[in-house]
Design a protein around this ligand. Structure first.
Ligand code: FAD
Length: 621
């Protein structure tokens, strides 16, 4: 049957990409349908119940700055929060939260169910309605035809999914869920480059069978950090400890002896796995000289005994899993509640996408999440938000948008994927961003919220809070610059021995904060009242302390922007550019960069080749 209502946007898949996509589209004002296998699994964490970490928290906070759901749900579901790299500079600091998977899922579902313009429908999408080179809608498993102006596909690990435990394998989207076979077959008929990747997960363990007394407890930070710019510690449920134990020589022997029944080492799995989240069998093989590996023992929630042993992801046969788990200190009596497994799935070459995440060959069809070759909830959520916004913008005939590399980690990720493609699951790191000092997790709102508001993504509550923070910061910066401390006064005395060199002239408070030995808390109250808004105070301190570096990076960004604004026409005939090497001609013709800056990031590109392109472009005008 034809569904009677038409939609602006249909999002297929209710995982991390799909939920952010549906919410972003609906926030923008588009009439949106979220079509997913199972309403009970909306926002389900397929693997580790944790959000954030190095590079990833930057993405979560950018989603948050654009009024997405991930950080808000983390604050409502987080049971252990830590700031990683706390002693390093602010560019690489990262917030990480262990989540109660039930609370997290409930928070996502509640946000979805309360979103105006958004409807949810439970059923598998089996086919796309494509007219010429334009998508027009989706057909479900039972033949319901939904019409829409744009479609966002976020099918995660489900397309052609095959689950492996040892040499046994069966079709599945993730443990307990069906795969998407019909849709995968249909997509293979479209002019899209498709390949296989794999990922894996560890066995889960019953906490009642574990001896925590021989493990190192790892409490969260105090005061408890928050993930969202809108978050409060009072949003958090009860906080609990994680624990640390280690594999040992015996564990490694057990694994080596089981490799002849490993799907990875007998060639049964062909897809490439995540380099930075390797299975334990991979680690033993790659780091053969190491006699132990860390295992983080993480609770899956407050109302379950299940534990996630982070670090021993495996697809070895179950008997080997049992033996290896029980060889680990504290796990001698462990009961496994769910076996570990690996999953192979279809992904699409992201070089076939535009920066808006629209496919180049099918108009109105957008891809986001794991199907673009990435791994991780945060990477998926960030792409979902971008694809959801652009799908809505296309349907509503508004301007499309994507952040540049100097505006957000979302921009870095999408540009990396589109420019270079990926042959292994792509995850975010701070080292992928060239403008790290500008792209901090703490200032994601200052970078993106105003833009999000202009696009219609940011609601009134967040906007009001953001404006208040920005005003508090500006006023405080002025106050600090205009408040002076003179030598040998009571205020100077208060700084006492904390000063490396005594004050020999008058200083304003801003200059004092710039001194390495002092911080905002030491100085701001010397004269007048420090501000109460902790986030605003943190920004004031970082902006003052790193002002020299930040200014330098801004100059570099200005230079890059000039190249970014030089667009390369889609029909650019690179064969006509004399002087270009055949290799570069081929790469440019295949990758079709949208701007001169993107061309400059293609591997092997030289400044001389960029000049040739510029000269040719000028001649064409
Ligand atoms: P998913 O979260 O997979 O969501 C896909 C959604 O689409 C699901 O709701 C599904 O039901 C729905 N769907 C699919 N097909 C259809 C259809 N035809 N019709 C309707 N609905 C459909 N990430 C890491 O960072 N590190 C890891 O170590 C790691 N290990 C993993 C291990 C396993 C076994 C699995 C399954 C995943 C692992 N992940 C890991 C990946 C992480 O789960 C994903 O990166 C993340 O969930 C991707 O989000 P997504 O929204 O793209 O897809």
């Amino acid at each position: 049957m034809d569904y009677p209502d038409h939609f602006d946007v249909i999002v297929i898949g209710g995982g991390h990409a799909g939920t952010e996509a549906a919410l972003a589209s609906a926030r923008t004002g588009a009439k949106t349908l979220l079509l997913t296998h199972n309403i009970e699994t909306l926002g389900q964490m397929s693997c580790n119940p944790a959000i954030g970490g190095i590079g990833k928290s930057h993405l979560v906070k950018e989603i948050d700055a654009l009024d997405g759901a991930m950080a808000l749900a983390t604050d409502r579901g987080g049971i252990q929060f830590r700031v990683l790299n706390a002693r390093k500079g602010p560019a690489v600091r990262a917030t990480r939260a262990q989540a109660d998977r039930v609370l997290y899922k409930a928070a996502i579902r509640s946000i979805l169910e309360n979103q105006p313009n958004l409807q949810i429908f439970q059923q598998a999408a089996d086919d796309l309605i494509v007219d010429g080179d334009t998508v027009k809608g989706v057909v479900t498993q039972t033949g319901i035809r939904f019409q829409a102006r744009s479609v966002v596909l976020t099918a995660g690990t489900f397309l052609g999914g095959v689950i492996h435990v040892g040499l046994d394998h069966h079709a599945g989207g993730r443990a307990g869920d069906p795969p998407s076979i019909r849709l995968a077959e249909r997509l293979r008929e479209l002019p899209l480059r498709v390949d296989r990747l794999k990922t894996g997960t560890p066995p889960r363990i019953d906490a009642r069978s574990v001896d925590f007394s021989v493990m190192q407890a790892q409490p969260g930070d105090t005061p408890t950090p928050v993930m969202s710019f809108m978050g409060n510690q009072s949003d958090h449920p009860q906080q609990v400890n994680c624990f640390i134990t280690h594999t040992n020589a015996r564990t490694h022997d057990i694994i080596r002896e089981g490799l002849d029944r490993s799907p990875m080492y007998t060639g049964v799995i062909e897809g490439i796995g995540p380099r930075y989240c390797p299975s334990i069998e991979d680690k033993i093989n790659r780091f053969a000289d190491k006699d132990q590996h860390q295992v983080f023992v993480e609770p899956e929630g407050l109302t379950t005994h299940e534990l996630y042993p982070n670090g021993i992801s495996t697809s070895l046969p179950f008997d080997v899993q049992m033996a290896l788990v029980r060889s680990i200190r504290g796990f001698e009596q462990a009961h496994i509640t769910r076996p570990g497994y690996a999953i192979e799935y279809d992904f699409f070459n992201p070089q076939d996408l535009r920066h808006t995440l629209e496919t180049r060959h099918i108009q109105g069809l957008y891809f986001a999440g794991q199907i673009n070759g990435t791994t991780g909830y945060e990477e998926a959520g960030a792409q979902g938000l971008l694809a959801g916004y652009n799908a809505a913008a296309r349907a509503l005939e508004r301007d499309t948008w994507y952040p540049r590399r100097d505006e957000g980690y979302i921009g870095v990720m999408v540009d990396d994927l589109i420019t270079h493609g990926t042959s292994e699951p792509y995850r975010m790191f701070t080292s992928r961003a060239e403008y790290r000092l500008i792209l901090r997790e703490d200032n994601a709102d200052l970078r993106l919220t105003e833009k999000g508001r202009a696009l219609g993504l940011v609601g009134d509550a967040r906007w009001a809070r953001f404006e208040a923070k920005r005003e508090a910061m500006e006023q405080e910066l002025q106050r600090l610059k205009n408040t002076w401390v003179h030598p040998q006064t009571p205020e100077a005395e208060q700084l006492g021995t904390r000063l490396k060199t005594p004050l020999n002239r008058e200083y304003n408070l801003a200059d004092l904060i710039k001194r390495p030995e002092l911080n905002y808390q030491d100085v701001a109250g010397l004269k007048g009242e420090p501000i109460e808004d902790i986030q605003a105070a943190e920004q004031v301190e970082i902006q003052l302390k790193y002002s020299g570096y930040i200014e330098r990076q801004k100059t570099e960004i200005e230079q890059m922007r000039r190249q970014e604004s030089t667009r390369l026409p889609e029909d650019f005939d690179y064969d006509q550019v004399s002087g270009l090497s055949n290799e570069l001609r081929l790469k440019l013709s295949q990758q079709r960069p949208e701007t001169l800056a993107q061309a400059s990031r293609i591997q092997g590109m030289t400044p001389a080749a960029i000049s040739l392109l510029l000269v040719y472009l000028k001649k064409r005008q």
